[in-house]
Design a protein around this ligand. Structure first.
Ligand code: MEV
Length: 326
């Protein structure tokens, strides 16, 4: 019985979340927390998907869903993965079903791209079982389509970094650029523990832009300018400027209404403890913040975030996007 295991990393957005949905660039890095998906062939035509972390599982048979764990919630959660399987079946018409098992060490609804990592790992494992030579570009496209089922109008930045890994410059509809940076980025991640929905936050910004097109349009363009300016700071290893740009980026996100008290408390604590810059990361409304600090200040900043009620996540950036383990 053929079996394939694939994994894909989580991410932190350094600069440019939300603005990237509206056509500006973002800078994003893959981190060493991964979602792993195992796919094996079945003798019948059924599709069985289970995710132990979120406590859901069930069978998709023709167009019907039969939950095994998690009831109706299971259908909603597993729908994007089922869409990936159906796309593979449409393309390769294999004549057999699959069992899919999802495991992940990425906090859910925390702005670290957990759903994109699961979609990318799933697309990678499912497509590789039918076509071992499937390209990363093809996997990115399928995972991005699946993300559109979950997140309103996503930019694609999350599935891109999960697919390719490393540090990327990402702008919708432009070729993705891998950034070569000679400096370490000493970052602390703080999780507020407040789960939120990326789709709803993206919709909130869309709505604000509809009501105040000129004002919000200028904020979005300013976000793009921050990313442009940060490229120089990254190349020169100028952490002070990068930190300042992160702070400005955060204040623009606040203006768009996507911060919250819990995030502000962690960000304030990090800055007070000597961070060069601190901002929310991902969609906001809860989830995680990041702080940049000189290496000698990292422990103080991490401690301050913890004291302010955050969970500190220890992780590193990774160059590895998709990994296939046979
Ligand atoms: C979510 O990680 C980042 C957002 O910019 C949404 C997106 O780009 O799809 C908020």
């Amino acid at each position: 019985m053929k079996r394939i295991k694939a994994s894909a990393p989580a991410k932190v957005i350094l600069l440019g979340e939300h603005f990237v949905v509206h056509g500006e660039p973002a800078i994003v890095l893959a981190i060493n927390k991964r979602a792993t998906v195992t796919v094996e062939m079945r003798n019948d035509q059924k599709i069985f998907i289970e995710s132990k972390n979120i406590g859901v599982s069930g069978f998709f048979v023709n167009d019907e869903f039969h939950p095994q764990r998690g009831g109706e919630r299971a259908r909603e959660k597993l729908k994007p993965i089922c869409a990936i399987v159906k796309e593979a079946i449409r393309k390769y018409n294999p004549g057999f079903g699959v069992n899919i098992n999802i495991e992940s060490s990425i906090p859910i609804g925390a702005g670290l791209g957990s759903s994109a990592a699961v979609s990318v790992a799933s697309a990678s494992a499912i497509f590789s079982i039918f076509n071992p030579k499937v390209s990363k570009d093809a996997i990115f496209k399928v995972a991005f389509d699946a993300e559109k089922i979950v997140h309103e109008t996503p930019s694609g930045v999350d599935p891109a970094v999960s697919t390719y890994g490393g540090i990327l410059w990402y702008c919708r509809s432009k070729p993705i650029r891998r950034l070569k940076i000679n400096v370490d980025l000493p970052l602390v991640i703080g999780n507020t523990g407040k789960e939120r929905s990326t789709g709803k936050l993206v919709a909130k910004v869309n709505e604000l832009r509809r009501r105040y097109p000129l004002i919000v349009g200028k904020i979005i363009r300013a976000g793009g300018e921050i990313v442009k300016r940060s490229i120089r700071a990254l190349r020169e290893g100028d952490l002070e400027t990068l930190g300042e740009l992160m702070n400005i980026n955060h204040e623009l996100l606040r203006a768009l209404g996507v911060s919250c008290r819990e995030l502000e408390e962690l960000i304030y604590a990090a800055r007070k403890a000597g961070a060069l810059g601190a901002k929310l990361t991902g969609a906001g409304g809860g989830g995680c913040m990041i702080a940049l600090a000189h290496p000698e200040k990292i422990i103080d900043v991490a401690y301050a975030i913890k004291e302010a009620g955050g969970e500190v996540l220890v992780t590193e950036k990774t160059d590895e996007g998709i990994i296939i383990e046979k």
